[in-house]
Design a protein. Structure first.
Length: 255
């Protein structure tokens, strides 16, 4: 999560800063530090330094607009996606330039307008709070799981006579059905999870629900195949939840 954002001129003049967590950083020291990094990378390296590890669970992401002489910096957690943070900073800079074509005198800038620029860009890329995410996950996943399980059970029972005559077809069909039931719910769960702990918890809950519901609703042979497929389904569930979580982390900040 972003802890604080700073918008400044490349010469070290602070235009605006915003803290998003209950942390305190010495703004004057940070502005000098950011300006030094920008000047050093431009003069000595002929490139732009994009991020610096500050230690103590802090990392700084830098994004500059040399043409306008502007730079934005954000102090974030180590796990935050760099490309996503850079996109937010770039949009803040562009919106600021559109609103204030001339910004030589920081004292004459409308603070309320700058605050709105920060707020809008953060809101676009920030997921709701964890309770809202969990509620949305529950509302979305419950009908999806029930529908998929019932369809699977109906088809399995409808064609069970055919499967008894063709054991290989039975194994293949049941395996594909369980994988289908595993990937979709866990992918959705991972995408909506506010952090990895919730993603893993949802994964275990989904697997338990599917196994119990499937085993008690079909005949013994199908239940045995379901249990035999449990290890691979567990691994696939974890992978699906992880992929969903990584996908959302590249697109949205999570509180």
């Amino acid at each position: 999560m972003i802890k604080s954002i700073y918008l400044m001129q490349e010469n070290g003049v602070l235009l605006y800063s915003k803290e998003y967590q209950n942390v305190y950083f010495d703004t004057n020291l940070l502005i000098g530090f950011f300006a030094s990094i920008a000047n050093f990378s431009r003069e000595a390296l002929n490139t732009a330094v994009k991020n610096v590890d500050l230690g103590e669970e802090n990392k700084v992401i830098l994004q500059a607009n040399p043409k306008e002489g502007l730079m934005a910096a954000a102090i974030v957690s180590p796990g935050d996606n760099i490309s996503l943070i850079q996109e937010i900073l770039t949009n803040i800079i562009l919106d600021f330039i559109n609103e204030f074509p001339s910004f030589e005198d920081p004292e004459r800038l409308d603070r309320a307008t700058i605050e709105l620029i920060f707020k809008v860009n953060m809101r676009r890329k920030t997921f709701p709070s964890p309770p809202l995410l969990l509620t949305a996950s529950l509302i979305l996943l419950t009908p999806v799981l029930i529908i998929l399980v019932f369809i699977s059970i109906y088809l399995t029972n409808a064609f069970q006579e055919l499967f008894y005559n063709f054991t290989f077809s039975l194994v293949v069909y049941t395996s594909i059905t369980l994988l289908f039931l595993t990937v979709i719910p866990n992918l959705i769960s991972g995408f909506l999870a506010p952090d990895k702990r919730y993603a893993w918890f949802n994964t275990f809950a989904i697997i338990a629900f599917e196994v119990v519901f499937y085993v008690v609703s079909v005949e013994r042979l199908f239940a045995q195949i379901t249990l035999a497929n449990l290890p691979i389904n567990f691994l696939l569930s974890i992978a699906s939840a992880y992929f969903g979580f990584q996908l959302s982390s590249r697109r949205y900040l999570k509180k």
